[in-house]
Ligand binder design. Structure first.
Ligand code: HEM
Length: 171
């Protein structure tokens, strides 16, 4: 029962996070880069992606750790089986993609406030109220673009990884 609940929460979080990231990369970022989107609209989208990243950043490791405990003990199964390596890749990509989104949004906010400290950023993210119109969306987008594109790449690889596990790759 607990394992089934973990799978449900894990897959819902995974879909929300990877879907939101790919939507921002495909539909939002290009409009900010070409300057046809207002800075507040773009920043609101980036901030909401950051919030999804942080909430799912709690749910994914908690449910994932439980699933490892339930399915991959003894822990040697993680390094001695194909499915174990896929789970380790999932964990690693999760860490990299988290770092990329956090860094990307931080870089954007520092375009407006170069002195911004890490603590304030972690507490506030990048709320749209912080946008004062002094910096165009295209400049904010240029600062975050490499990080967002790389996180979109991670999202695709993560989905392939998850599909291999779901498709029943043998141990
Ligand atoms: C802390 C990071 C993560 C850990 C520790 C983790 C761990 C796991 C484990 C142990 C499983 C069960 C594998 C099996 O059925 O044999 C699993 C399944 C799954 N994970 Fe993750 N995961 C993490 C992050 C992610 C992320 C970021 C995604 C985003 C795509 C994701 C998507 C999935 C999906 C869709 C499944 C279901 C696959 C299946 O049917 O077996 N996970 N994960």
């Amino acid at each position: 029962m607990l394992l089934t609940a973990s799978f449900v929460l894990h897959v819902l979080s995974a879909a929300l996070w990877t879907g939101a990231t790919l939507f921002v990369v495909y539909a939002v970022l290009p409009r900010a880069v070409d300057g046809t989107m207002r800075p507040t609209t773009f920043v609101d989208g980036a901030h909401r992606l950051l919030l999804i990243t942080r909430w799912t950043g709690l749910v994914l490791p908690i449910t994932g750790a439980y699933m490892i405990w339930a399915l991959y003990t003894p822990l040697e199964l993680l390094t001695s089986t194909t499915r174990g390596w896929l789970v380790l890749a999932m964990l690693t990509l999760w860490g990299i993609m988290n770092g990329l989104i956090e860094m990307g949004v931080l870089r954007m906010r520092r375009e407006l406030d170069p002195e911004l400290g890490w603590g304030t950023y972690m507490a506030e993210g990048f709320p749209a109220e912080r946008v004062d119109g002094s910096v165009p969306a295209s400049r904010l987008a240029a600062a975050g673009r490499p990080y967002l594109l790389a996180s979109g790449g991670c999202a695709v690889i993560l989905l392939v990884d998850a599909a291999l596990l779901a498709g029943g790759v043998p141990w």
